[in-house]
Design a protein around this ligand. Structure first.
Ligand code: MN
Length: 446
């Protein structure tokens, strides 16, 4: 018995939408995806509301539910929760409501659906071209936690700073994380200002305050909490998936010189709290059902997870077959129309030491109460090969090996005007590929 959603007719690869752009091979938002976001139409008199991405359009969930009757109480209540400027109410309702709404929206948008004709006839009122809407931060994020769950990332970073002991002795026992800052989480496209702060110049005995010279990105996945838990009540790992509403792309911008000076003994602080970018569409755990995969096997001699982190189904299928890619376009590259430079790509399930369910169960294991809309990020997703490293710190090995770009530019760390774009998609045998859209930010001068 697994807490994860199972596959059903909404994952049928032969299903097609009457929204033609959703049927294009390789589209991020086919009928089988149906991710939730929050949008508004600039210039229109409408409050921000919940939408669903379908092809190159956004479906107004509340408007659609007024055209086509919702088939169940759960679907009706879930659609009503979409009359809101955030996804928090929908996230709080739980898996039965999410699934009922998914089934209703699938039927409404399916070319073969019972209500396809009525929905299609109302398309001018309930669909907006995505190019004409503004996508907003989809959640009121009360708390944000960032983990460190890729053993390859932890080993690479550790070996730069502690060559004799890259992985600390706790790593393979406890999912390492820190409490991040929720207030500075922004949606894709928001500018990211280069922070200034204390750094210790090489050879100096006292710090100086200056704009960071080592601005970096971190390629991550973020897990959005659905129903929370009461203070003092842990979440058993077998129940953890029922508390996961969906997944977003995350860029955990980092100032490495500030981080190196401030991080001991309590971990990152100002080096990571100036901005975190997330993608606007929350891909639901329902949509990800076909893409659950086996976690990377633990190395010979590694300890088994402790009982509260051990679940047979999680060990067998608790990871996700999600490919993540990050690319860079400098201001000069964009000015001459050069395509973005792909910096790295990796698979989430190949990179991580801990599964999303383990991260959530660990977080709540001491009684910490999680709440709807909380964000748990994976930590930098770095796979085993050098081409799979998820930040510049690793890719350039602290700046030793600069990245060469088209046009003769090089980068050790990010320069003003640099645009960093993260994309992600899930693929599996017998399933339609689904995408996460993009998570993008341009670095502004200090
Ligand atoms: Mn991070």
């Amino acid at each position: 018995m697994s807490g994860w959603p199972s596959r059903d007719h909404t994952h049928d690869p032969s299903a097609r939408s009457w929204v033609e752009s959703a049927n294009v091979a390789g589209a991020d938002f086919p009928l089988q995806n149906l991710p939730f976001g929050v949008y508004r139409r600039p210039g229109a008199k409408m409050r921000p509301r919940v939408g669903v991405a379908i092809g190159d359009a956004v479906l107004d969930v509340v408007g659609a539910a007024a055209v086509v009757p919702m088939p169940s109480t759960e679907a009706f209540e879930a659609a009503a929760a979409c009359d809101a400027p955030t996804l928090n109410r929908l996230a709080s309702l739980g898996p039965a409501h999410w699934r009922a709404l998914r089934h209703a929206l699938f039927d409404l948008l399916s070319a073969a659906g019972r209500n396809a004709e009525a929905a299609r006839a109302a398309r001018g009122r309930i669909l907006a071209p995505m190019a004409e809407v503004e996508l907003l931060l989809p959640l009121a994020i009360g708390d944000y936690t960032d983990f460190y769950a890729s053993v390859h990332h932890a080993t690479n970073v550790g070996s730069m700073f502690r060559p004799d002991q890259p992985l600390l002795p706790n790593y393979k026992w406890v999912p390492i994380g820190y409490h991040g800052r929720a207030s500075s989480i922004v949606v894709s496209g928001a500018p990211v200002r280069r922070p200034a702060g204390q750094v210790l110049p090489d050879g100096a005995s006292a710090p100086v305050v200056q704009p960071t010279a080592r601005l970096d990105y971190e390629l991550e996945l973020g897990f959005v909490v659905g129903p929370g838990n009461a203070l003092g009540a842990a979440i058993p790992i077998g129940d953890a998936p029922r508390h996961l509403f969906g997944v977003v792309l995350v860029n955990d911008w980092s100032a490495r010189d500030m981080q190196a000076w401030e991080y001991q003994p309590l971990g990152p602080f100002l080096a990571k709290n100036f901005a975190t970018t997330i993608s606007p569409w929350v891909v639901t755990t329902d949509a990800l059902a076909p893409f659950r995969s086996a976690p990377a096997p633990r190395a010979e001699g590694d300890p088994a997870p402790l009982p509260y982190l051990l679940d047979a189904d999680d060990q067998a299928h608790g990871a996700l077959a999600v490919t993540l890619e990050v690319s860079l376009a400098t201001a000069a590259m964009r000015a001459v129309g050069s395509p973005p430079h792909r910096l790295s790509a990796t698979r989430f399930d190949r990179a991580m030491y801990w599964t999303p369910a383990q991260l959530l169960a660990h977080h709540a294991s001491g009684g910490c109460n999680l709440a709807p809309g909380d964000l748990l990020a994976s930590g930098t997703v770095s796979g085993p090969e050098p081409s799979e490293r998820g930040c510049l710190l690793e890719l350039t090995w602290r700046g030793r090996d600069p990245v060469a770009l088209a046009g003769g530019e090089v980068r050790r760390f990010l320069a003003d005007g640099d645009e960093v774009t993260i994309t992600g998609w899930a693929e599996a045998e017998g399933a339609v590929r689904i995408g996460f859209g993009t998570c993008r930010g341009v670095v502004q001068p200090a």
